[in-house]
Every structure is written in structure tokens, then in C-alpha cells.
Design a protein around this ligand. Sequence first.
Ligand code: TMP
Length: 217
Amino acid sequence: MAPQRGCFVTLEGLDGAGKSTHVEGLVNHLRGRGLDVVCTREPGGTELGETLRHIVLTQTMQLETETLLMFASRCEHLRTVIEPALAAGKWVVCDRFTDATYAYQGGGRQLGTHKVEALEAWLHPDLQPDRTWLFDVPLDVARERLSRSRELDRFEQEGADFFERTRAAYHERARQQPERFRILDSSRAIEHVRAELFSQAEELEHAWRKGRLEGTA
Ligand code: TMP
């Protein structure tokens, strides 16, 4: 008998929202509960994807090129990492996925949703994350946190308007798909955010163990 399909979870948010801090914690928590977890990220997650990540974070390019490179990285990642892992019954924790393209290219860079929808419909028409956590912070908090971080990449150097549009696009995605999204107020202390994240992850795990997830892969 084929194993039960795994569970696909994604973490999203503005640069400076504190998302990456929680990825590792979530993965360790899930592994501690006995789950077989693949931890990965976008853009990236494969050798080619990491090369594309470097290009897209460092080089100036047309918006169309940027969007296509995000999906090129995603296609490799889906076919060679995410889909096989889910088919083998593993959990996949992914730091950003297609919602980031809706938010950053669609919203921040004002490409709009239609082109992103077309690429999504081509490359993963039947796959959505089972759960997406949106780490949400007001813009000033995100920017203050970013200002304390290492050298900024091409996206992180964008202005306030860009991030306002990106945040609004994330909220719009969450509004459209409330069953999939959970918004975490990430301006709180890390421990509070982590406690809420872990408790929601355990609810998801219970549903998964009972075979109650929709299972679209
Ligand atoms: P990270 O720093 O969270 O790993 O993300 C790298 C940057 O890539 C981040 O600024 C958001 C951006 N990005 C997009 O613009 N579109 C996408 O589809 C993805 C996955 C990331």
C-alpha cells in the first residue's frame, strides 16, 4: 500500500518579519514529535534553484524575468524535492512558496495576479500547501529588524511602498484562502509566536494523523 501522503507547510512574511527564526524551531519541533521532515526554501531548495536564487537576489533584471526565475526554481524544487517527499509520506516545511510570488512580484512589483495565476496553473495546478503561516508585522517593525541585519539583498533594499504593497498582497491571499492560512502576529516576543505556531502545528498533525487533510498532491 502507498504511504499516506505527507503534509506540505509553508512559512511566509515580509523580510524582517522573523519568519526564518521560526523555520528551524518548527522543523525541530516536528522531528521531536516523530515526523519525517524535509526542510527547504524558495527560491532555492535544489542545486539549480540555489544558483537561480543567487542570480535573482543579486542581479538587476526585468520583472518578467524575475517572476519566471522564481517559477523556474520552483519547478525544479517541486518535481525533484517537494512532490517526491510528499508522495513518500514526509512532511515538507518550506520557507516561502508561490504566495511569495503573489506578494512580491504580484503586489510589491505590481505585476498583478493574472500572470502569477497562469504560471501557478501551469506548474502546480493541483498542489497547494496544507497550511501556510503568515508572519505578520507592521512595516516599521520589519524595517527596524532589517536595519539590524547583515548586508541587504535586492528585495530587502526596496522602499516602504514596495513592502506596503507586498504586505497587502499577502493579506489578500490570506483573506481568499482562510482555511489554509494562519496569520501570526510576529511583532510579539519570539516565545509567544513560537508557542502559537507549535500549538497550531500540533492541530495540523492531529488532522493529518487522522487522514483528514484534503490531500491534493
Ligand atoms: P528569504 O530571504 O526569505 O529567503 O527570501 C528571499 C527573497 O526572495 C525575499 O526578499 C522574497 C523574495 N521572493 C520573491 O520575491 N518571490 C518569490 O516567489 C520568492 C519565493 C521569494
